[in-house]
Design a protein around this ligand. Structure first.
Ligand SMILES: Cc1cc2nc3c(=O)[nH]c(=O)nc-3n(C[C@H](O)[C@H](O)[C@H](O)COP(=O)(O)O)c2cc1C
Length: 326
């Protein structure tokens, strides 16, 4: 499957593994690269820029295919040293970066000067247009279905992706709610040049999260997510559990401030879920596409199955509908 995205970024398949806090580590990213898709190490999962340099080197030991680094830029009272992480990325010779969160405008000239291609992940057409004007090479657009931050507009991918591709010239990667070949073919039909997935990649053999989490994703349906931080206008879609239910309840009472939920949503607690498999230790990110996931394959099996089935859907099911022969 060749698209403008595979051509521009030098990858075999139009499939991307987006940055994932605590999950986007060398083992997973190298497996994604070896499968012919494009994976991103999550910069901020590494406690310091020096640790990121080591993680990139570790990934290079595991693959000789291209991979990138995700830099998530979120507003914070004590922001991480973004410029130093950026420098670590550039000096490590990384050539593809996924930015997310805020507008990447401060970082873009530095990446461009170093010949780094940037995919900016956003959640609205207006932000995608702004990113294109700023000079990014592609955008990933997350629909409302997605794991993590879907924004505040609540527009699902079925509308958001064609609305975006109608207005953008750079390649658009459809993100959110995609977990198999059907989603890939649908995204291509909507005008996207590829797909970005989080939850599906988290539920693979090489994903560095506890087996209990993977089993829970398989057991969960499309109904098993909660939207937290709605009242703070910083919505996040996370898996349903005792903690996310409690956060939603507190927010529903009205007048909740971040202080009222700070302890419940602490990053260290979420990390415990992934590391210890204690599913109610904190909040953990997962999307509605949990309802489409019913196994824990290796990354290689999952990607090659997705590509083979997508080709099959296009060549047989769709061709038979139009009466075209193979
Ligand atoms: C566990 C987890 C952690 C995530 N952390 C980040 C992150 O730190 N930065 C980011 O840009 N996106 C993050 N995401 C979002 C994914 O990169 C991707 O956009 C999203 O998962 C797509 O939706 P899907 O899960 O329905 O495929 C995370 C997703 C998951 C599942």
């Amino acid at each position: 499957m060749r698209t403008r995205f595979t051509e521009a970024f030098g990858v075999e398949h139009p499939i991307v593994q987006g940055g994932m806090m605590w999950v986007g580590r060398a083992e997973l990213v190298a497996a994604v690269a070896n499968s012919g898709a494009l994976g991103f190490i999550t910069a901020l999962t590494q406690p310091t820029p020096e640790d990121l340099v080591k993680e990139i080197a570790r990934c290079r030991d595991l693959t000789d295919k291209p991979f990138g680094v995700n830099l998530t830029i979120l507003p914070s009272i004590t922001p991480p040293p973004y410029a130093e992480y950026r420098q670590a990325i550039v000096e490590s010779g990384i050539t593809i970066v996924e930015t997310a969160g805020s507008n990447p405008v401060d970082h873009l000239p530095h990446f461009k000067d170093a010949g780094v291609k940037v995919i900016h992940k956003c959640t609205s057409v207006r932000h995608a247009i702004k990113a294109e004007r700023t000079g990014v090479d592609a955008v990933s657009i997350d629909g409302f279905e997605c794991a993590g931050h879907p924004g505040e507009d609540d527009v699902p991918g079925l509308v958001l992706i064609p609305a975006a591709t109608a207005q953008l010239r750079i390649p658009v990667i459809a993100s959110g709610g995609i977990a198999d070949a059907r989603g890939l073919v649908a995204a291509l039909a909507l005008g996207a040049e590829g797909v970005n997935m989080g939850t599906r990649f988290m539920c693979t053999q090489e994903s560095p999260v506890a087996d209990e989490v993977k089993r829970q994703i398989v057991a969960n349906s499309e109904l098993d997510t909660k939207l937290i931080f709605r009242t703070l206008r910083n919505t996040a879609r996370v898996a349903t559990n005792a903690v996310s239910r409690e956060v939603v309840d507190i927010e529903a009472r009205g007048n909740a401030t971040f202080e009222d939920i700070r302890e419940l949503v602490a990053g260290a607690r979420g990390r415990k879920v992934f590391e210890d498999g204690d599913l109610d230790a904190g909040i953990w990110t997962a999307g509605q596409c949990q309802g489409l996931i019913d196994d824990v394959p290796t990354v290689g099996e999952m990607v090659s199955r997705m590509v083979a089935e997508a080709e099959e859907i296009i060549a047989r099911r769709l061709a038979s509908i139009t009466g075209a022969t193979r």
